[in-house]
Design a protein around this ligand. Structure first.
Ligand SMILES: [Zn+2]
Length: 307
């Protein structure tokens, strides 16, 4: 058998190498499925928090409160990344919305900080997300045995109803996510907000109770380390079944009712065209688009004088 000459062998070697390289680059790589996760984080339902002095800037206990807030949300971010999240966006959703020190947030997540924001606690959500998570949420105004229960404003709002159903913040905000087709997959907070999550969003949504209230200002706390483990594991579990989760949608027309604490607050809102007085301290209005109705609601609350 005759060996090919050196030129032929060299050419063959180049050809084989090139071919292998092309194969390497052309080989179909399994694309990582997109899993963009939106986290709205409030403060009253954060592990350890039982009093407004821990949630109000300028008070002695606030530094601890905001540290705990970052800890809860970092546990959620870690759980999301473990479940394969390709992007995590955290929206600071309490008070001034500048509670989380950017230095304290897991650097793998991005932070939306400050207020006012058009969509408030839901600023940043859109149809590009696959899942939404609520951390540190609380029960609606007037709930017994619920830490710092209120709905949006504890000095203005007694109740908010949409199409006849009274909703806590978790329901109002889940409907914004639902507007964009994004399901809420997990809610953390006290046992009361976990119960209301089941009532409004259904039993498939994972809930993580980090405390059980003995009233409005006292609770038995899950030990902090255990609470972090529960949040992380809960998020991983919830994102594992995201394909089956259903967005919470409110079908238009959306009939909003805002019940204020005092009639003087309704007096102001009643001057806005489109609102109708349906009680001494209650206004109603209808929107064909949920987001438009939500923005009107926010404006009516912001306009109301303190009681
Ligand atoms: Zn809050």
């Amino acid at each position: 058998m005759k060996w090919p000459n050196k030129f032929v062998m060299f050419s063959a070697a180049i050809g084989i190498t090139f071919g292998l390289c092309v194969l390497c680059f052309a080989a179909p790589q399994t694309p990582r499925p997109k899993l963009k996760v939106f986290i709205s984080v409030d403060m009253e339902g954060i592990s350890g928090i039982v009093h407004s002095e821990q949630t109000t800037s300028g008070t002695a206990e606030y530094a601890a409160g905001r540290k705990w807030m970052a800890r809860d949300v970092n546990a959620a971010v870690a759980g999301a990344l473990e479940a394969g999240a390709t992007e995590v966006v955290v929206n600071d959703s309490h008070g001034s919305m500048r509670n989380i020190d950017p230095d304290d947030l897991d650097p793998r997540a991005s932070l939306i900080s400050g207020s006012p924001k058009p969509l408030s606690m839901m600023q940043g959500i859109d149809a590009s997300f696959q899942a939404c998570i609520f951390i540190g949420y609380h029960a609606k105004a007037g709930t017994e045995d619920a830490i710092l229960d209120h709905t949006i404003s504890s000095s203005v709002v007694r109740a908010i109803r949409v199409n006849g159903v009274e909703l806590p913040e978790l329901g109002l905000n889940a409907a914004i996510a639902g507007y964009y087709g994004v399901p809420v997959v997990l809610v953390s907070g006290d046992t009361a907000v976990c119960r209301q999550t089941g009532e409004i969003l259904g039993k498939d949504v994972v809930t993580v109770a980090v405390k059980e209230a003995y009233g409005r200002l006292a609770a038995k706390l899950v030990p902090m380390g255990e609470a972090m483990r529960m949040i992380k594991a809960g998020v991983t579990e919830a994102l594992g079944k995201v394909g089956r989760a259903k967005p919470f949608k409110i079908a238009p027309p959306c009939r909003f009712e805002l019940e204020y604490f005092v009639s003087a607050q309704a007096d102001m809102g009643a001057m806005i065209p489109g609102t109708k007085r349906v009680g001494a301290r209650t206004l109603g209005f209808t929107a064909d688009d949920y987001l438009e109705g939500f923005r009107t609601l926010r404006a009516l609350i912001a306009l109301a004088p303190a009681r």
